[in-house]
Design a protein around this ligand. Structure first.
Ligand SMILES: Nc1nc2c(ncn2[C@@H]2O[C@H](COP(=O)(O)OP(=O)(O)O)[C@@H](O)[C@H]2O)c(=O)[nH]1
Ligand SMILES: [Mg+2]
Length: 337
């Protein structure tokens, strides 16, 4: 999974990349380790050679240098396409450098409006081109639906396209088709009310915290991060908080594997079966799938973090290939190759 960090100039995008990277960032790009506390707990229990967190990439879509030829916003919009999720950053802190007081509502409205307009222009250009090279029927219908939605200020991510329409319009890289999270960069030690954005969120989750504080927290060791985050009144380390919201917005969950070699979290789509989940690890395990031995993380912990105790108590279940994997399932796949 790859997320794009977007937002107006100075809202805190680069600061967020740094906070999410926990020291592993390279300017505008970072690999985020999903700070899953279950993985840490299992790692303490199993003491494996290797502990692997789920991860995803983030990339900042930075503002272009000023240019006389084309408007800044226009050039920005040309550069933001890509990724499966937008993390839209909104500035809610005041800064002498930036001068103007924060107005996150207006900023959100501005970028939302620009996204709608950008997509609408794309649709209109597609119709223009279709005069010379006609579109397939399904494509025409899909684009008409896009146009209707955009003209009534509905982002395309809210439109219920069928699979064939969706695969057609994906080719256009519409900006409003990509799901979004709203990340509010708040002022340290001053109140913030999520309700302020309520009329504008349109189903997007809102996560608010001061990025500058999150950056300080991210510089500490994993063990110290929780405590310092709590002391600063943060909902948790940024990588954990943002990953949790991103996973839930995209319908992703994690299953877990354990052992003396490796403890690891594997992200999959909610609704995937045991056999599909096996494929996340290796195609051989999927192909040779026999059964899955499953213990939910919470059951594992309530049985003393001991597999044998789980087996004896009957909370370790044997599941077949069609079992729908749940978030936090600890799974041992039986397979032959
Ligand atoms: N006071 C305060 N300043 C911040 C915060 N986050 C970022 N800044 C400052 O705002 C400026 C712009 O931040 P930056 O991350 O570069 O924004 P970008 O243009 O969106 O990449 C920098 O000087 C940051 O140090 C914050 O949470 N609080
Ligand atoms: Mg930047």
């Amino acid at each position: 999974m790859e997320a794009r960090i977007i937002g107006l100039k100075g809202c805190g995008k680069t600061t967020l990349v740094a906070a999410l990277a926990e020291g592993r960032g390279e300017g505008h790009i970072a690999t985020v380790h999903v700070g899953d506390p279950r993985v840490r707990t299992l790692s303490e229990i199993f003491q494996p050679k290797k502990t692997t967190f789920a991860e995803f990439k983030v990339q900042e879509a930075a503002w272009p240098e000023a240019s006389a030829r084309k408007g800044e916003m226009e050039r920005y919009l040309d550069s933001v396409a890509g990724g499966q999720l937008y993390l839209q950053v909104l500035r809610a802190f005041d800064s002498d450098l930036l001068g103007e007081p924060a107005h996150p509502e207006a900023d959100l409205e501005e970028l939302d409006r620009e996204f709608l307009l950008f997509d609408l222009i794309r649709v209109e250009r597609a119709f223009e081109r279709a005069k010379k090279a006609p579109l397939p029927d399904i494509g025409k219908k899909a684009l008409v639906r896009c146009q209707e939605a955009l003209e009534s200020e509905t982002p395309l991510r809210e439109v219920d396209f069928d699979a064939s329409q969706l695969s057609f319009i994906r080719g256009y890289q519409f900006l409003t088709l990509i799901p979004q999270l709203l990340l509010v960069n708040t002022q340290s030690e001053s109140g913030w009310d999520d309700g302020r954005l309520e009329p504008l969120t349109r189903g997007r989750q809102v996560v608010a915290f001061p990025f500058s504080d999150a950056l300080e927290v991210s510089r500490l060791s994993a063990e110290e991060q929780d405590e310092y985050a709590a002391a600063l009144g943060l909902p948790g380390p940024a990588a954990e908080v943002v990953a949790r919201a991103a996973f839930s917005q995209l319908g992703l969950i994690s299953f877990l594997t354990t052992g003396s070699d490796e403890v690891r979290a594997w992200p999959i789509r909610k609704g995937e079966t045991a056999r599909e989940a096996a494929g996340a690890i290796h195609s051989d395990i999927q192909r040779g799938f026999i059964r899955a031995e499953v213990v939910p993380f919470t059951d594992f912990m309530s049985h003393g973090g001991n597999m044998k105790a789980c087996r004896d108590a009957g909370v370790l279940r044997i599941e077949g290939k069609d079992y729908v994997v749940a978030d936090g399932d600890i799974i041992n796949f039986r397979f032959n190759v």
